[in-house]
Design a protein around this ligand. Structure first.
Ligand SMILES: Nc1ncnc2c1ncn2[C@@H]1O[C@H](COP(=O)(O)OP(=O)(O)O)[C@@H](O)[C@H]1O
Ligand SMILES: CC(C)(COP(=O)(O)O)[C@@H](O)C(=O)NCCC(=O)O
Ligand SMILES: [K+]
Length: 250
């Protein structure tokens, strides 16, 4: 059994894979403690190894790896930056600076695009867009705040926007808001949709020959209607992780 981890800024997504890459268990947790507890409780046979990607600090990531090794006796293989992978070239001036989650969704997108240009949008704590041409040359990308950050900024820097985000989850309406919570939640949703729509327009300009557009991350569903033909791929980070980090015992 292989343990896979995607350590984002807000949440850790985990999966357990059996032979043949069959997903036998999966979960989302908000801390290292909750992760260890969830894996311990999962009634799966012994773990053989762990592979992970992290956008957390090196210290936090190292600490988690050591804990996993101590608790489950497994080696942890971490996806690390490379300039070129299988013909896909990282477009950053310093390839090590590109977020590893972005690099992995780029690899997965190129594979799914089957020779076409592609754009991949990952909508999580932050929202990222990455553009790759048909030759596998990453053209760079964009980063902007996701819904959780936009909401928090408004609450932090104003005096009268105060509400429990718990009550906001599930807000999907687009009519003008008649309460603060409605106005903020719907306004942030429009910001997100506007960004995604702009990426679509840019892709049309840059890739006149056509391109595939992929959406992933926790908030992908919120914007799926903004881009005609966009494909939602929920586990794109994991798909890229398997490409970048193959394990012997798979
Ligand atoms: N089951 C869930 N638990 C928590 N957040 C979720 C869930 N499903 C969707 N979301 C949304 O996903 C976003 C976080 O996305 P995610 O891709 O996990 O972020 P990150 O990789 O930055 O940790 C939150 O804005 C939240 O609205
Ligand atoms: C842009 C990100 C914060 C996105 O993180 P996420 O929302 O997935 O938690 C992450 O990819 C990151 O820390 N990147 C390093 C900076 C860069 O890519 O330029
Ligand atoms: K993201």
């Amino acid at each position: 059994m292989i343990l896979e981890l995607d350590c984002g800024n807000s949440l850790i997504k985990w999966r357990l894979l059996a032979a043949g890459a069959e997903v036998v268990d999966t979960g989302i947790v908000d801390s290292d403690d909750a992760l260890i507890a969830a894996i311990s409780q999962s009634d799966s046979p012994a773990l053989a190894a762990c592979r992970l990607v992290s956008v957390r600090s090196d210290e936090e990531t190292q600490q988690l790896k050591e804990r996993l090794t101590a608790t489950f006796g497994i080696a942890c293989h971490q996806a690390l930056p490379v300039e070129v992978w299988n013909g896909v070239r990282n477009g950053y001036r310093d390839h090590q600076r590109l977020g590893m989650d972005r690099w992995l969704v780029i690899l997965a997108a190129v594979q799914l695009a089957e020779g076409k240009a592609c754009v991949v949008l990952d909508l999580g704590t932050a929202v990222t867009a990455d553009l790759v041409d048909a030759q596998g040359e990453h053209q760079g990308g964009f980063i902007c705040p996701g819904i959780p950050l936009m909401r928090r900024e408004l609450q932090t820097h104003t005096r009268r926007i105060r509400y429990d985000p718990h009550w906001a989850s599930g807000e999907r309406y687009e009519a003008p808001g008649r309460t603060t919570i409605e106005a903020v939640e719907r306004g942030c949703l429009y910001m997100l949709k506007g960004f995604v729509r702009t990426q679509y327009e840019l892709a049309q300009e840059m890739f006149a020959e056509g391109c595939e557009i992929f959406l992933t991350g926790g908030d992908a569903e919120l914007v799926k209607h903004v881009v005609p033909g966009a494909r939602i791929v929920p586990d794109m980070v994991f798909a890229g992780l398997a490409l970048a980090c193959p394990l012997e015992n798979e």
